[in-house]
Design a protein around this ligand. Structure first.
Ligand SMILES: [Cu+2]
Length: 202
């Protein structure tokens, strides 16, 4: 099982280096993306809603609002109760998008669409503390444990460091979504490595 352990540590160290790098943003669409810095996507379109309306990201992550419809002009505007707070406001016409990095301390950021707020087109970005992940050198099975974040998690395992492709799966922590550990029983491919990422679930 020496190869197995080695793969585990490679994954751990690669993730650490990814976490401290602040380079180009690589988004993998659609849905919630797994890249560093991570990007969570909220879509708008031909209906009066944000999808999803509630996003949970770690401090330093990005949120991308993207218009995937063919009609209606929306905005993403920071503020509660349909009153702009001035942090951000961007027009979203068909085919356009807007991205913002959330470097603020953990808190909630309500937002809304200016023309459609009265129809209930609102949402919230919840910023949590960063999730710090550790991998124990446990013979035969990598043992992940973590701290931080919003308290509800999901684990991704991939055979590619970009967390893309068919070898990428979403898994639940040990004991369910609120768990803070994950023990894997899957062996990495011969000569390969498995990569792990823990994210807020929302
Ligand atoms: Cu709108």
């Amino acid at each position: 099982m020496r190869t197995f352990k080695l793969a585990c540590w490679i994954a751990c160290h690669l993730m650490l280096s990814f976490c401290v790098s602040v380079g180009a943003v690589v988004a993998v669409e659609p849905g919630v993306d797994i890249a560093v810095p991570r990007v969570a996507v909220s879509q708008v379109g031909d209906a009066l809603l944000f999808q999803p309306a509630s996003l949970v990201v770690e401090q330093g992550d990005w949120v991308l609002w993207k218009h995937v419809g063919t009609s209606l002009t929306h905005t993403t505007t920071s503020g509660a109760a349909c009153a702009a707070s001035g942090l951000w406001s961007a027009t979203l016409g068909p085919g356009t998008q807007f991205m913002r990095q959330f470097q603020e301390a953990p808190q909630g950021f309500p937002f809304f669409c200016m023309p459609h707020c009265s129809f209930g087109m609102t949402g919230q970005v919840k910023v949590t503390s960063p999730i710090s992940l550790q991998v124990a050198d446990d013979p035969g099975a990598p043992n992940l444990s973590w701290a931080g974040g919003g308290g509800i998690y999901r684990v991704y395992r991939s055979d590619a460091p970009g967390f893309t492709g068919g070898g990428t799966v979403s898994l639940a922590p040990d004991g369910g979504n609120a768990g803070t550990s994950f023990t894997d029983t899957t062996d990495p491919p011969a000569g390969g490595a498995l990569f792990y990422l823990v994210m807020n679930k929302f």
